[in-house]
Design a protein around this ligand. Structure first.
Ligand code: NAP
Ligand code: MG
Length: 407
């Protein structure tokens, strides 16, 4: 490699909190700056800066992703009561991820980072299983009522133009709870397109599952929209690449996922995705630090991040002066995936190749050199006795990256 790689357009950089903020800086200093003339548009999502700007910085960062197309996000604190005390905040600002997802209307794709020495808990799994979660609506924007005596309830929809539709529940025989939720066609269509596109780009089959036999209007609409979009826009492209689109009932899908050898995208409604992304990641690689998490919007906006949080416990040990062994892999992959996307959009092959080499360097460090952070030593077979601290692990990756770039 001669000189540093240059970039035409920036990626939107969203800095974050605690241990991940520290690692974010190390990754840039050791693994990016020496090789790339890194162009970013920087937004500081540190909880104190969100507080100072009344959370405007989060909105600005999401809008910037719309402008530049590609963003990379560090983990951030979602304030709760303890955090308000800890940081003396004005209020419980909402989750930045929630805010950003609402603005970009995305689908979140989570895939395990496969490491040779880490075996899935489910022995049939050989190829990746990517869970695509529709990150809009359903119970996440639903309403509920708790009632304390027998009674009746109905749902009334009133259109803007004055039409009315009404359904009644069967009569309630005693105290209980009820819930209402919704989704909108446009968001489901975006979810479907993002799923088909991701599967196509990554040469994977697509599975989609709901409970349309029971939920004959709600889930049936999801099934219908997926089918229509597949027939109209993707059937030919899938068959050209010999890929399949399969629709299942959700319980059947779960059984098939466990029996499968992997190699597909599993698109899940919002709640299913919440549950099954944690299930698949834990069963596959045993830690959120070995997962990629990528958000794709119907308009093609892209945001990558680490799936884990800010690793608060490690941070408090770190600021006391202790060497900590936090796994930076998911943070490194957030960068490689974002830079790869930037490179693909700008026809910047050097940037694309660099991302591929850096991912190789990470795997080489773990698989061949058996140098790893503490969380991984517990998962590898055969077990590895010694672990290194985060900085040593990043240094070892840098050594391998230099070897790969020289070759
Ligand atoms: P967390 O930061 O994911 O950490 C929970 C535990 O998981 C850690 O204590 C550690 O276990 C292990 N862990 C997570 N990431 C690791 C890594 N990279 N390397 C090694 N071990 C890792 O979750 P949390 O403690 O529940 O949440 C902390 C903060 O993160 C919260 O304020 C929350 O709001 C925020 N959060 C942000 C995001 C996001 O921005 N995407 C997501 C989730 C949570 P051991 O202590 O056993 O080593
Ligand atoms: Mg979850």
């Amino acid at each position: 490699m001669k000189g540093k790689i240059t970039m035409d357009k920036p990626v939107v950089e969203m800095d974050g909190d605690e241990m991940t903020r520290i690692i974010w800086k190390w990754v840039k200093e050791k693994l990016l700056y020496p090789y790339i003339d890194l162009k970013t548009e920087y937004y500081d999502l540190h909880v104190l800066n969100r507080d100072r700007t009344n959370d405007q910085v989060t909105y600005q960062a999401a809008e910037a992703v719309k402008k530049w197309g590609v963003g990379v996000k560090c983990a951030t604190i979602t304030p709760n009561r303890e955090r308000i005390k800890e940081y003396n905040l004005k209020k419980e600002w909402p989750s930045p991820n929630g805010t950003i997802r609402k603005i970009l209307d995305g689908t979140v794709f989570r895939a395990p980072i496969l490491v040779k020495s880490i075996n899935p808990a489910i022995r049939f799994w050989k190829k990746p299983i990517v869970v695509a979660r529709h990150a809009f609506g359903d119970i996440y924007d639903g309403v509920g009522i708790r009632f304390d005596e027998p009674g009746k309830a109905e749902i009334i929809y009133r259109s803007k133009s004055g039409k009315e539709k009404k359904v009644e529940f069967s009569e309630f025989s005693g105290p209980g709870v009820l819930q209402g939720m919704y989704n909108i066609d446009r968001s489901i269509e975006g979810f479907a397109r993002a799923s088909f596109r991701y599967a196509l780009e990554n040469n994977l089959d697509l599975w989609f599952a709901t409970k349309d036999t029971i939920s004959k209007i709600y889930d049936a609409r999801f099934k219908e929209i997926f089918n229509e979009i597949y027939e109209r826009e993707y059937r030919e492209k899938f068959s050209d690449k010999k890929l399949n689109y399969n629709y299942y009932l959700i319980d059947d899908a779960v059984a098939r996922v466990v029996r499968s050898e992997g190699g597909f995208v599993w698109s899940c409604k919002n709640y299913d995705g919440d549950v099954f992304s944690d299930f698949v990641s834990t069963a596959y690689v045993g830690t959120l630090a070995l997962m990629t998490s990528e958000l794709m919007s119907p308009e093609g906006y892209y945001l990558s991040e680490a799936a884990h949080g800010t690793v608060q416990k490690h941070y408090y040990r770190y600021i006391k002066g202790e060497k900590v062994s936090t796994n930076p892999t998911a943070i490194i992959y957030a960068w490689t995936r974002g830079l790869k996307k930037r490179g693909e959009l700008d026809n910047n092959n050097d940037l694309v190749n660099f991302s591929i080499f850096l991912e190789k360097a990470v795997l080489k460090t773990i698989e061949d050199d058996k140098i790893m952070t503490q969380d991984m030593t517990r998962l590898t077979e055969p077990p590895v006795e010694n672990h290194v601290d985060t900085e040593k692990f990043i240094d070892a990756i840098k050594n391998n990256l230099d070897l790969i770039l020289k070759a």
